[in-house]
Design a protein around this ligand. Sequence first.
Ligand SMILES: *Cc1c(COP(=O)(O)O)cnc(C)c1O
Length: 354
Amino acid sequence: MKKHNFSAGPCVLPQEVFQQASQAILDFNGLGLSLIEISHRSKDFVDVMEEARELSLELMDLQGKGYKALFLQGGASTQFLMAAYNLLENKAAYLNTGTWSDKAIKEAKLFGEVVEVASSKDKNYNYIPKGYSVPKDVDYFHMTTNNTIFGTQVKQFPDVDCPMVADMSSDIFSRMLDFSKFDLIYAGAQKNMGPAGTTLVVIDEEILGKVTRKIPSMLDYATHISKGSMFNTPPVFAVYTSLLTLRWLKKLGGVEAIEEENEKKAKLIYSEIDINPLFKGFAEIEDRSNMNATFNIVEDNLKETFDTMLKEAGINGLNGHRSVGGYRASMYNALSLKSVGTLVDVMSELERKA
Ligand SMILES: *Cc1c(COP(=O)(O)O)cnc(C)c1O
């Protein structure tokens, strides 16, 4: 039986995407060849790449606005350094909202001065700092929009005078934003878009070409833009499977439609966390993430019973990250409201039993 998969990433994808991706491994487009044995320069694959790039921009309402979409390798972790390599000449500002921001800051420091405009480290990152100001003389401002590990999400975005860079790995395509406020967006595919192996980069070309250092070809956004994201062999399976997920999302009604669904799922889990005396939410209420709900069990001696009940209900991937402990329910786009309902039933059943 298919499990209810709350895994934080890699994570649940639509069942129809698994089926279509499997079919393409056996016979792609009726070619009598597998997707993973054809040339990436063949028309069939070039079409995949072009559609994936265009559809990404379309779903973010960024078509015709000077943005380019790329499918690169090396994960979001490579973007931590690539963003700085391409954009940081003197000084950059970073908002520190958790482990991933912290890692991005560490990489940026290799290239220039980093101003940490605010940090929520004082409370183990259980909130999003507000009321900070971004210095005027920075090359860019960087933030993590959703903190996968801590279960917080940025709801309000500052107006800044410099390019705005965002790591959207764990909430890309989950809610409608004015994406044109951002100049560089990146997201590892494996949280909400596809399998591991590719990273979506959406970039406004105008911010490039302002640093004086020489940039190695593979790490230069301009290289990938000029080659249509085909400078070297792209991760064909990851790109194709991401495309299938994007097509699924478009068919559902796009980002606005999935956002409504995601809000229903988040309301359901958080209301149980708040009403059930056996559980306590980790993140500050106003900063709670619609993607990753973090919570603890109040009495440690109930943990074993709860874990057994979760297993019996077919619930997978609910363990919290080691730096937070407790539980984390990751509710990415492809996780159904029904799966969240199953989890909530187990939580209330535990209260009846205890
Ligand atoms: C998972 C994650 C990353 C790291 O992604 P990789 O693709 O493994 O490098 C970075 N940022 C955020 C917000 C994440 O959730």
